[in-house]
Design a binder for this molecule. Structure first.
Ligand SMILES: Cc1cc2nc3c(=O)[nH]c(=O)nc-3n(C[C@H](O)[C@H](O)[C@H](O)COP(=O)(O)O)c2cc1C
Length: 358
């Protein structure tokens, strides 16, 4: 059996002390109510996974305008706070820690989701090519050319993230993660394939990073920087994303984030050259993600390339992932057909190791 003692050892991320370095990566499961309030089943789902060093929740919208998928949760009403509180309590009762991932979809939406059926908003009027979305009633649709945000509208969006953090705190979350990845609003500002602005929010990497920095500052003020994380995915093409020079863009983002002293900076890795440039610019420990096995995570942490690793798909079918790593037990394979939407099937019914043996 491989030695995983480093991966399974405690670590401090900002104000949080984690019993191990196995994080649950954020994963949308589309099982909230139509009003974007999570349902009781979500408490069961996350509590089953409470042995993770830290649970990062599914992306959660900070405003109605920030919604672009059916049945995703929100954190923009007091009812959302009440709906999330039992989820947080269930994870804490099971001995775990949980951070809420805050997002705004930007152009990855349909008018059917938008207040007054308006166009989705984005840094620039560029539609994501080759993207199909599903409306509130699961009817497929193509995201339209979005409306480019006026610079004067950006403070209100920053304020939505701050309000989301404030509500997350009220619901009892241990921390929040700002979703700057996967082609959503913040990522749309970061990468030049989606941002062709000529004002203070476009052009150089510094200017494209401005929205992320303003949001980070506002969220950290609410939550404490030591309870705030940021996620980026520099080379992930999902949602028709691209950047002319990801190395320069994200080394700049990393350098500018450094001074916040965040609890963590999670990087969805691409080519080693880009991840290395981020590490060099950031000069603090990273959380890494994507395609890691336990052995590779152990090696990355031992080599000081990461302080922890987040696991996505493995957590869907293995609620007791930490226990399986500890025992060197085989991992179950998740069923893709139940990733998004539905109820218990493929959500809360994956058995624990002991149940499998029995
Ligand atoms: C079903 C599913 C939903 C996901 N939803 C989100 C999300 O809401 N926010 C996010 O940042 N990443 C999301 N991701 C990406 C994962 O966090 C992670 O980056 C990806 O699964 C790669 O890690 P892995 O190889 O360990 O699975 C999702 C992935 C999957 C499989």
């Amino acid at each position: 059996m491989t030695d995983l003692t480093t991966l399974l050892s405690p670590v401090t991320l900002g104000a949080l002390t984690l019993p191990n370095r196995v994080l649950m990566a954020p994963m949308t499961r589309s099982r909230a109510g139509a009003d974007n309030a999570v349902l009781p089943i979500t408490a069961t789902y996350y509590a089953q996974r409470a042995t993770a060093g830290l649970i990062l929740t599914e992306a959660t919208a900070v405003s109605p305008q920030g919604v672009g998928y059916p049945n995703i949760p929100g954190i923009f009403t007091d009812a959302h706070v009440e709906a999330w509180r039992p989820v947080v309590d269930a994870v804490h009762a099971a001995g775990g820690r949980i951070a809420l991932q805050l997002f705004h979809v930007g152009r990855i939406s349909l008018p059917a989701y938008q207040p007054d059926g308006a166009l989705p908003v984005a840094p620039s009027a560029i539609a994501p090519a080759g993207t199909t979305l599903y409306g509130p009633d699961f009817t497929p649709g193509t995201p339209p050319v979005p409306r480019a945000l006026e610079a004067s509208e950006i403070p209100a969006i920053v304020a939505q993230f701050a309000a989301g953090a404030r509500r997350a705190k009220a619901a009892g979350f241990d921390a929040v993660e700002i979703h700057g990845a996967s082609g959503y609003l913040i990522d749309q500002f970061l990468r030049d394939g989606a941002n062709t602005r000529t004002d203070a929010y476009g052009g150089s990497p510094e200017r494209r990073a401005r929205v992320l920095l303003e949001i980070t500052e506002a969220v950290a003020k609410e939550m404490g920087a030591d309870r705030t994380g940021v996620r980026v995915s520099p080379e992930n093409p999902f949602n028709d994303m691209r950047d002319g020079d990801p190395r320069a863009t994200y080394a700049t983002v990393a350098r500018l984030l450094r001074s916040f002293d965040l609890a963590w900076f999670e990087v969805v890795r691409g080519t080693p050259a880009v991840t290395d440039a981020i590490r060099e610019a950031y000069q603090r420990p990273l959380v890494l993600n994507t395609g890691f096995t336990a052995e590779e995570a152990e090696a990355a942490i031992r080599a000081d390339l990461a302080v922890a690793v987040s696991f996505g798909a493995p957590y869907i079918a293995n609620p007791d992932l930490v226990e399986r790593f500890t025992q060197g037990a085989p991992l179950a394979t998740p069923d893709r057909a139940t990733f998004y939407g539905g109820g218990e099937a493929g959500y809360t019914d994956y058995p624990l190791l002991g149940a499998v043996a029995a």
